[in-house]
Design a protein around this ligand. Sequence first.
Ligand SMILES: [Zn+2]
Length: 450
Amino acid sequence: MGLRLHNTLTGKVEPFEPLKPSEVSLYLCGITVYDDCHVGHARGAVVFDAFRRFLESRKLRVTHIRNITDVDDKIIDRARKEDASSGDLNARTKRVAEKYTGRFQADFKKLGLLPPTQEPKATEFIPQMIALIGDLIKREMAYETADGVYFSVRKLSEYGRLSHQKPDQMLENHRAETGDGKKDSLDFALWKKAKPDEPQWPSPWGAGRPGWHIECTTMSTRLLGDQFDIHGGGQDLVFPHHENELAQALGAKKPFARTWMHNGLLTINGQKMSKSLGNFVTLEEVLSKYPADVVRLFFLSVHYHSPVDFTWERMEEAKHSYGRLTAFLAHAESKPAATAAPDLSGPEKDFYEALEDNFNTPRALACLHDLTRHPSPKEAAGLLRALAKTLGFFQADAGVDDAIQQLVDQRDQVRAKKDFAASDRIRKELNDLGYLVEDTAGKTVVRKKI
Ligand SMILES: [Zn+2]
């Protein structure tokens, strides 16, 4: 297929060729589990879920890794604020991480997201992180100080390649990490030596914990190989997180991700979302007010690479837009079939071409709306439903369990043998179980009655 994607590394939209034909390796930075997910997290999650489904609809096998950062300064800070009588800091940190892992997984399930192929936790990869840090020290790309191990940024000539800036500019634009004995203020921590009460693991540099960036470089290369197809995340991760992930990989002579795909930022009523501004909207709140499909439509109505402004008015617009699609489907699907099968190859082609063009979902959604005006409504509705499912819509009525699927398969078999009595019997059985049955060319299609 002719998929073209914007690659942050080159700053261009370019043809995407996976390393292995028909397979795509995709790594996404997951959640740091110290608080509830907000709508900003939901945007990235929905965009990449729809993107993965689209790739799979084009017969590509996707290995999708999304990590869980379950050890981090923010989690430890949160644990410190918890009731100190309820165990030591280590136990409290674990409890905070487990609590918010459960909460985000429940939110994501409600949002209708496919579970990743693997969802590694940072704490499960500590020995592998220690090995990578050791390798960087051996190559003289990193050094130990009184409080940790740091990456030597000036030793890597490619540093700044992803975020398209020179190290001296970074010093002007960003606050550097503090640390005892750092050789350069841009150097960042690979390993942090622990204070006595903090969560810690033994290492050649004393007990401590990994830095955030080394977690992702380790998990992605261990699970996908030293080179893989796509690394994704929000625009806010480009610098320093992704720049540093790349630096660690290149420092260890690993080629790393070929395409870097970033979704634009999310503002709320034109402002950056923050707790101090009081405009923090959790995913849970949005999902308590709108069905998952409306949230999905809201996010996919804007190009993934552009910024998006979240307002409740826009959520209402998304609700109405979704309502127009479902009203058309309800109306059109009850109509009789056209006497001659209409040619719907044009709209289908336009839909896929939009998605192949740097995953242009607003244009693909416009194709779906165009189908609601097609002169053969029943057939257009069938195509609309199928195409929308490609992007993850209408999952509720797609969920046919195994028992139902068995009846559907049996019915197809008896119909093929022209045993219409048996076919009618199974139809009645499906009806009684709450499913509408439609006959298409040689195939039984079932839909849950609403
Ligand atoms: Zn990451």
